[in-house]
Design a protein around this ligand. Structure first.
Ligand code: ZN
Length: 505
């Protein structure tokens, strides 16, 4: 090799090595800025965590909006507050970059789940720092801040952490003289925990604001392995209540058993006909036409760290459903969950009675291309094929006398699943930037739970990708909700890297 060629190769290698390391440099700078400003970050966090945030508690929701808006404006962001009568406002803030022609929206929600304060160790809206042994620590006067400490407060994990993480990331970038590479839009919803009842109306009322080129949903906990995570879909859902009927009054089961139909047995057989004990749904046509995992989804599934032995120990279960297939592979399939069965009494309260009715509550989890409507049709066809008369109300005497088998079927509201392809340029870009920043993400093709991702996707098939920050054991929705500080610190780094490294177009 001539000296000249050698030099050129070194130059090329050097340049590409520098590019690849770039998010790593941003991550490092952000992390050292954060180390110098932890107390400021936590002080601002405390203030916003101290504002009660249950959707419907309008005065406090308004206080949250005001506080978040002030935090954004303090940093020079242009804000707007979207409103719909009777709904919690959505706070929106923008950073425009002249060179960029696309806008990426980062979503989080500022409302939290209702609390049962009697179950909390301390007031849900008086944030308290505790160490790894759950002992309270005075972080303000501590010599150093341990990243394993946790802040305890409602919405600490779900979902005010991303809000504070994004703002701290902007501060870190400003301090380093770095600018976002792409137009950023921050969208903070205020009634996610109430089921986002007005999200569809907001998307319809504010199409210009709420139709970015892509959505990054910063909500939920990271993978149980502790690794950062990206999720690319969510299952849809639809629930139903089934009621089977016996005699119109409770009857002595010694005198009438074997002769009068027993509604509890009818119900359990009906459930058995729909799902086996391995989780397989037995309803005809249920798996027809389901989208098979793509090659990139299969590759991502194969790389998910195996946390199942630990989970089995934690839950004290010796075996699993689904032919021992991995959890995340099973989440790519629809599910039928029996949420509860109710009739008669047990133990000391049991009586020798043939009950008048038995009720079950069921939910289905849906995967593409299923919809609540397609599932309803299949389920009802199945129930009718067993000789049942489906009714919507409690049957009267004439219906009871006319049909041998009657079931009341009441469907709940539901919504369809959504999935974003793992091989879209943005999907690849997000994972690449995070990996280069030192946070190689677990990529989940879909999460098992249901969030209305489909609303963000419509109507243009907009990419929607989930980027959770909180620790997996953050007690979200429960008492003693918390955020592990290292998760917040990691979140700040990742936000700083994404804000500066996403391609402008
Ligand atoms: Zn949430």
């Amino acid at each position: 090799m001539s000296k000249l060629v050698f030099a050129a190769v070194i130059l090329l290698l050097g340049a590409s090595a520098l590019d690849a390391a770039d998010p790593g440099i941003v991550a490092k700078q952000t992390s050292s800025w954060r180390a110098q400003h932890e107390r400021e970050i936590l002080a601002e966090f405390t203030e916003v965590l101290a504002i009660p945030n249950i959707a419907g508690d309008q005065p406090n929701i308004d206080r949250n909006v005001k506080a978040i808006r002030a935090m954004l404006e303090k940093r020079g962001l242009k804000t707007q507050v979207l409103t719909i009568d009777g709904a919690s406002p959505i706070v929106v803030a923008d950073i425009r970059v002249p060179e960029s022609h696309r806008t990426i929206a980062f979503y989080a929600h500022y409302d939290g789940q209702p609390v049962d304060a009697s179950r909390w160790t301390s007031d849900p809206w008086k944030p308290v720092m505790r160490n790894g042994k759950a002992k309270e620590v005075d972080w303000r006067s501590a010599k150093s801040i341990d990243p394993e400490w946790r802040f305890y407060a409602r919405a600490a994990g779900d979902d005010k952490t991303p809000i504070i993480g994004m703002l701290a990331a902007l501060d870190a970038l400003r301090a380093a003289g770095m600018k976002p590479s792409v137009n950023l839009r921050f969208v903070f919803e205020g009634e996610e925990e109430a089921g986002s009842p007005h999200l569809a109306a907001y998307l319809a009322k504010y199409p210009d604001v709420l139709r970015p080129a892509a959505w990054i949903l910063c909500d939920g906990p990271v993978h149980q392995s502790g690794s950062m995570e990206l999720y690319f879909g969510a299952r849809g859902t639809v629930g139903l209540d089934l009621t089977t009927f016996g005699p119109v009054k409770g009857l002595h089961d010694g005198h009438y058993g074997n002769w009068v139909p027993n509604p509890i047995v009818r119900l359990t057989h009906l459930i058995d006909s729909m799902r086996d004990e391995n989780g397989k749904i037995l309803i005809a046509g249920f798996y027809d036409g389901l989208k098979a995992p793509t090659e990139s989804e299969r590759n991502a599934l194969a790389k998910i760290p195996d946390v199942e032995p630990a989970l089995r120990r934690e839950f004290q279960i010796a075996s699993t459903e689904g032919d021992a297939k991995p959890l995340n592979e099973l989440l790519m399939l629809p599910a039928l969950n029996v949420r509860g069965i109710e009739s008669g009494h047990v133990g000391a309260d049991a009586s020798n009675t043939i009950q008048t009715e038995a009720r079950a509550s069921i939910d289905f989890r849906l995967v593409p291309p299923e919809t609540p409507e397609s599932v309803k049709a299949l389920v009802e066809r199945h129930i009718e094929s067993l000789g049942y008369k489906i009714v919507r109300e409690k049957p009267g005497a004439s219906v009871r006398l006319a049909y041998n088998k009657i079931v009341q079927v009441v469907w709940g509201a539901g919504y369809p699943p959504a999935r974003t392809a793992l091989d879209l340029p943005l999907s690849i870009e997000l994972a690449t930037i995070m990996t280069a920043a030192g946070h190689d993400p677990v990529r989940l093709p879909t999460m098992g739970g249901s969030i209305p991702m489909y609303l963000f996707q419509q109507p243009n098939d907009t990419p929607v990708i989930g980027l959770p920050i909180a620790n997996h054991d953050d007690n979200q929705h429960a008492a003693d909700e918390n955020i592990r500080l290292q998760n917040l610190w990691d979140g700040i780094e990742i936000f700083a890297c994404l804000f500066t490294k996403l391609t402008p177009d």
